[in-house]
Design a protein around this ligand. Structure first.
Ligand code: BG6
Length: 728
């Protein structure tokens, strides 16, 4: 027995790949190490000149332990080749540095100039480009593309004496078509055509591969990598079984949750080649770990992937799908982007096809479907915006309907505790809610019904307490900068609908708006001896922007001026302000860097902001002074940016109570501080003074855009126009 060989001869024809591999040679290390040694040399020496001569004459070779040059063959790479050959039941295997180097070498090996290939029309983009562009131009090798499941078409396309290769990839990427390998081999062999299948047995009836392009072009794998793969390959069977099992469970659950979902997976009975794959595949290995969801359009595919990666933490966007994490890609615009529209159509590659290689560990997948798969299923459901109908059937509603004629842009109804509330709606499905109590916006939702403002679960919708969350109006006093109750009384008064407001410079396309008015009451005059009219217009723009315009007029008849401070105390809803992302919080504010601020936590002492962006790791209560008209709040995890634009309001308050302070606020849950961030367009440092008859105007506009924000470059209009998972 060879010192480096454990007793077992390679048996290439074992039926079960794992058993065949276990029965294959196992190289030991140079010093009898249990691992084989990595042969890192490029070139090899010989015991004498005769041996060298015999090696070049081909009389001795790697089989007899004599190597010349690693580009031809290397012991470590050869060992991996033996393992793979054992698993695949082939005579030999050659390990290359990439799939495309293997595929191109095979074509160069088997085809002569002027040659002809018959290939499946659905191929990996690189293979398709090689056959469509490179080989015809450089080598005059042409290809006829066929539907690989139509055996007659395949047969007809092969020209005896001209066609040298029948090439297909099974299971195909990205459309998951399964080829009938035994039948295709028969048809090819009958015409003397070599049958090449990727990624399993590459070569059938090939001459010694070491004489051709494999040796000359040097696509050889790095021996260190070969060593690593050799060590992992013995467990591949276990991983593949689990991989396939997970995909099967996951897809089954998804289909259960939404039978209308366009999911492609060979494990599903409705897959056209389900039975074929079952008949060909090794027992217990299932149907692969890759499935596809057809979102129909590229835009919807992207938005789904964005959400799955950044909201649900489901996986990552990335091609290859072979990583140990779940990967997903929209093949039409990634791996298959080199195909033109017609070629994609012919190959059946929909622009919205999302391929998912499901690897990520789903906790308790075997023991608790409900705990493990269902929540993820629900996440997917949520991402597809699926609603539960009355009959309990899930229907996808991404075919968003335009607002029906009778749906109202403005609706007056009763809210919590019977308080009057106005709902504003826009055609795309966004909405806002305003309580007359406080003139208080309590909800702002995007077209997917996602809430963009934070309202505490403990909020008390009852006078005299202000509602915790939404957008309280602080007037005529911000915080405790005066003798009135903190933040003034406007947020705890009942406002009225202003049916006849003085003319407003409005955008005529805005239909969803409401005008409110608050006037002095005799009671209030006792605590703030002034007469005023506070008009508030709240508008929901067609793109979902929320705009608040305040007009405050001094209506004193005693000739006295009055002075006030003001804020739109906006509570933005954020994923989790306490989460850290690359050493800073997932949530940050841009636009306030380097500005002066008054620190409410330090007796309103004045400081200058030092950091590049405002991030959060503890309580913050600052009044930034003379701020720009645009401020952005970035929620990294949700991949959402709020843009706040303001006019007439020079300051900006940033407040989060963090954990300790939150516990002292009775109408705020202990952990709720994580999901809120107040950024308030305000006028604090220099109070406003109005003479009788004078009017002040202060405006705040909010947009939520589903992308990252680059300071100063954000065009909210175009970002807003990019729909989320919208109509198919
Ligand atoms: O609890 P309130 O009155 O709604 O105020 C909340 C916070 O509002 C912020 O605007 C102030 O800067 C903070 O100082 C204050 O604590």
């Amino acid at each position: 027995m060879d010192r480096k060989t454990v007793n077992v001869e390679m048996e290439s024809k074992k039926e079960v790949p794992a058993e065949a591999l276990a029965a294959a040679r196992h190289e030991l290390g140079e010093h009898n190490g249990i691992n084989m040694s990595i042969e890192a040399s490029n070139t090899f020496t010989f015991k004498d000149s005769d041996a060298m001569n015999r090696a070049f004459l081909g009389e001795v070779c790697p089989k007899t332990g004599i190597y010349i040059y690693s580009r031809h063959l290397n012991p470590t790479i050869l060992n991996l080749g033996r393992q793979i050959a054992a698993m695949e039941g082939t005579e030999t295997a050659y390990c290359t540095a990439s799939g495309m180097s293997a595929i191109s070498s095979v074509f160069l090996q088997l085809c002569n100039t002027g040659g002809h290939v018959v290939a499946a029309k659905t191929l990996y983009g690189g293979s398709h480009a090689l056959l469509t562009h490179f080989l015809p131009q450089k080598c005059n090798i042409t290809t006829t593309f066929v539907d690989i499941v139509d055996l007659e078409e395949v047969d007809k396309a092969m020209i005896e004496g001209k066609t040298s290769v029948l090439y297909f990839e099974s299971i195909s990427n990205p459309t998951l078509i399964v080829a009938n390998i035994p039948e295709l081999s028969k048809i090819a062999h009958a015409k003397g055509v070599r049958c090449c299948l990727w990624p399993a047995d590459i070569v059938d009836q090939m001459r010694d591969p070491h004489e051709g392009p494999f040796m000359l072009l040097g696509p050889t794998m790095n021996p260190k990598l070969a060593f690593e793969i050799s060590g992992r390959i013995p467990h591949l069977s276990m991983r593949m079984k689990k991989h396939c099992k997970r995909a099967m469970k996951y897809v089954t659950k998804m289909k259960e949750l939404d039978p209308n979902l366009d999911v492609l997976y060979p494990g599903l009975k409705e897959h056209p080649q389900h039975s074929l794959l079952k008949s060909m595949s090794n027992k217990d290995y299932g149907f692969g770990g890759v499935f596809c969801i057809d979102m129909k359009t590229e835009g919807r595919a992207y938005r789904l992937m964005d959400k799955l990666q950044n909201n649900s933490k489901f996986g990552f966007m990335g091609v290859s799908l072979g990583y140990y994490e779940t990967l997903m890609s929209c093949s039409s615009s990634s791996t298959n982007s080199m195909l033109d529209t017609k070629e994609k159509e012919r190959a059946g590659i929909s622009p919205g096809l999302v391929d998912v290689g499901l690897w990520r560990s789903l906790p308790n997948i075997d023991t608790s479907i409900i705990q493990a798969i269902e929540p993820r299923g629900f996440r997917i459901r949520r991402n597809f915006t699926i609603l539960q109908t009355k009959r309990g059937v899930c229907v996808p509603v991404y075919k968003r309907q335009a607002m029906s004629e009778e749906t109202k842009y403005v609706e007056l109804c009763k809210g919590i505790n019977g308080l009057d509330k106005i709902i504003l709606r826009e055609v795309r499905g966004c909405s806002a809610e305003v309580y007359l109590y406080g003139g208080h916006v309590t909800s702002w939702k995007n077209e997917h019904g996602e809430e963009l403002l934070f309202v505490s679960s403990k909020a008390i919708f009852k006078p005299p307490k202000a509602i915790r969350g939404g957008i309280p109006i602080c007037f005529p006093q911000f915080s405790n900068l005066g003798s009135l109750e903190p933040h003034g009384f406007a947020r705890t008064r009942f406002w009225s609908i202003d049916n006849d407001p003085p003319p407003f410079p409005t955008n005529s396309s805005n239909k969803a708006f409401i005008d409110l008015i608050l006037k002095h009451s005799e009671e209030d005059v006792k605590i703030w001896p002034h007469r005023y009219e506070f008009r508030l217009r709240i508008t929901l723009g067609p793109g979902g922007d929320l705009m608040l315009t305040s007009r405050i007029r001094n209506t004193n008849t005693d000739g006295k001026s009055f002075t006030f401070t003001f804020a739109y105390h906006t509570y933005f809803h954020v994923t989790d302000i306490s989460h850290m992302f690359v050493l800073s919080s997932e949530v940050r504010v841009e636009g306030l860097e380097t500005l002066d601020y008054l620190d409410n936590l330090k007796n309103r002492e004045r400081f200058t902001e030092q950091g590049d962006a405002i991030v959060f790791e503890s309580e913050v209560d600052k009044v930034y002074l003379r701020t720009p008209t645009k401020i952005a709040v970035l929620d990294h995890e949700r991949k959402r940016t709020f843009e706040l634009r303001k006019d007439g309001l020079p300051d900006a308050v940033v407040w989060n109570p963090w954990d300790k302070k939150a516990k002292t606020i009775p109408d705020l849950g202990d952990d709720e501080y994580k999901h809120m961030l107040c950024v308030e367009a305000a006028c604090v440092e220099k109070p406003i003074t109005l003479k009788p008859g004078e009017e002040w105007r202060g405006r705040q506009e909010l947009s939520a855009v589903p992308s990252s924000y680059c300071s100063g470059q954000l065009n909210p209009e175009s970002a807003i126009l990019s729909e989320d998972i919208g109509p198919a």
